[in-house]
Design a protein around this ligand. Structure first.
Ligand SMILES: [Zn+2]
Length: 420
């Protein structure tokens, strides 16, 4: 079943998030100078990001308001938000890896007998949507309509991957299409469930791929969707698949206007409204740096190489930086998203290393080449229950995409992986 508005539990409500300042000019170029200068001044006099603020080696399930819990991923893996009501549980995001999804389910069952009734996807990426088939059906999945459109275009391998992701669910999902349980909305939706008000906020931008913030006005709790980052360089890409810095700035403005008491970032430790401002400072500084290099007529490859964010030296995922520079360069030039053509290739070999629960795998190909693969939530994995079981020494066959003219900083995306 696929539904659009209206639905018995939802009411088209006033938008509570109104971007203050809104206009395009302030995000075209970094003109928020007072804030930027203020930031640079504190940076110079010794402001530093607290060391070790990254989340710990094990996930944490923490109560943050009455009946409201945060699942904080290990080592800055994706977070999730759990809202318990007398009419079922609402879950925002579904866990970075299968192990997280199962842990979230167990954590929910440890605090309530209510079933998971709705899943909200705050950003349409594997580390946030991957656990959905563990809960749905029967849970219904709420997507912003751009994300729903993306799901409607999935290839068969992605649907196969979806159905097989959790071995214990294979039977139940055999004939289920991921779209069958989707409810989509355009700009905002309020979910009234068991006496709670849960606002879903989409901040419109040409390239917003369907990010949804989750706001509990009574509790002052906000899941800040893609724009909520702490201690981690954001994953912005030149194909705009994760939006743009301009779009992120709009989101951050809208979320700050809500004045959340507790902010759940997509990745990283719990924070508050101040952390959203830190991200604005970060993005403005990043845009300023790229603009400055463009003004000096540096070519893109040189900009990518030179770009650094040493002011945030303790943040993780520095491998995102070259893509960030590339994306900002395109944005400031008024270019649209990079259209990436790719060639499908096949490799057989032996696993040399498997990192991050099998997300990043290095393969020693039989022809002697080394191939870095990224096994995403939509990779069709055969021969083992899931990617977390990929171990060095295993024989592996992979079909993967090699993008043209793009530095595959995180590895080639695997379409299908078969353990022999
Ligand atoms: Zn993520």
């Amino acid at each position: 079943m696929r539904m659009d508005f209206p639905h018995p539990h939802f009411a088209n409500c006033k938008v509570r998030a109104s971007p203050h300042g809104g206009g395009g000019i302030r995000v075209r170029v970094p003109v928020r100078l007072p804030r930027l200068i203020g930031f640079l001044v504190v940076a110079v006099i010794g402001f530093s990001i607290p060391v070790g603020a990254v989340t710990g080696p094990a996930p944490v399930f923490k109560q943050i308001a009455d009946g409201v819990y945060a699942y904080i991923g290990k080592r800055n893996d994706a977070n999730a938000l759990v809202i318990v009501t007398s009419q079922g549980v609402v879950l925002a995001d579904t866990g970075n890896n299968n192990s997280d999804s199962r842990a979230i389910l167990k954590d929910i069952q440890s605090v309530t007998n209510q079933p998971v009734r709705y899943i909200i996807i705050t950003q349409n990426h594997g580390d946030h949507i991957g656990g959905t088939p563990l809960f749905s059906p029967p849970a219904q999945v709420i997507l912003q309509e751009r994300a729903a459109k993306n799901w409607a275009g999935w290839s068969q391998y992605q649907i196969n991957s979806w159905r097989k992701r959790f071995a214990e669910r294979a039977g139940a999902l055999k004939d289920v299409n991921p779209l069958d349980t989707v409810i989509s909305f355009a700009s905002h939706m309020t979910l009234h469930l068991g006496g709670r008000e849960i606002d879903l906020i989409y901040v419109d931008d040409k390239y917003n791929p369907g990010d949804v913030a989750v706001w509990l006005p009574k509790e002052g709790v906000l899941h800040a969707s893609f724009a909520g980052y702490r201690e981690r360089h954001p994953d912005i890409r030149p194909d705009y698949s994760h939006g743009t810095t301009e779009g992120m700035l709009k989101q951050l403005d809208a979320y700050i206007a809500l004045k959340p008491r507790i902010m759940i970032p997509a990745h990283g430790p719990l924070g508050g409204v101040r952390d959203l401002s830190v991200m604005i400072d970060y993005l403005l500084l990043a845009r300023h740096k790229v603009q400055d290099m463009m003004d000096r007529h540096m070519a893109l490859p040189e900009i990518e190489k030179t770009f650094d964010m040493h002011e945030y030296r303790d943040w993780e995922r520095t491998e995102h930086l070259s893509w960030t520079a590339d994306t900002i360069y395109r944005e400031l030039n008024g270019e649209g998203p990079l259209v990436i053509k790719s060639e499908r290739k096949q490799v057989s070999g032996t696993v040399a290393s498997a990192m991050d629960d099998g997300r990043f795998v290095t393969l020693k190909g039989d022809d002697g080449t080394e191939v870095h693969l990224r096994i995403g939530a939509d990779t069709d994995v055969d021969g083992i229950a899931d990617r977390t079981l990929v171990k060095p020494g295993m024989r592996l066959n992979a079909i993967y995409d090699v993008p043209e003219n793009v530095n595959p900083a995180l590895g080639y995306d695997a379409v299908q992986v078969t353990i022999q």
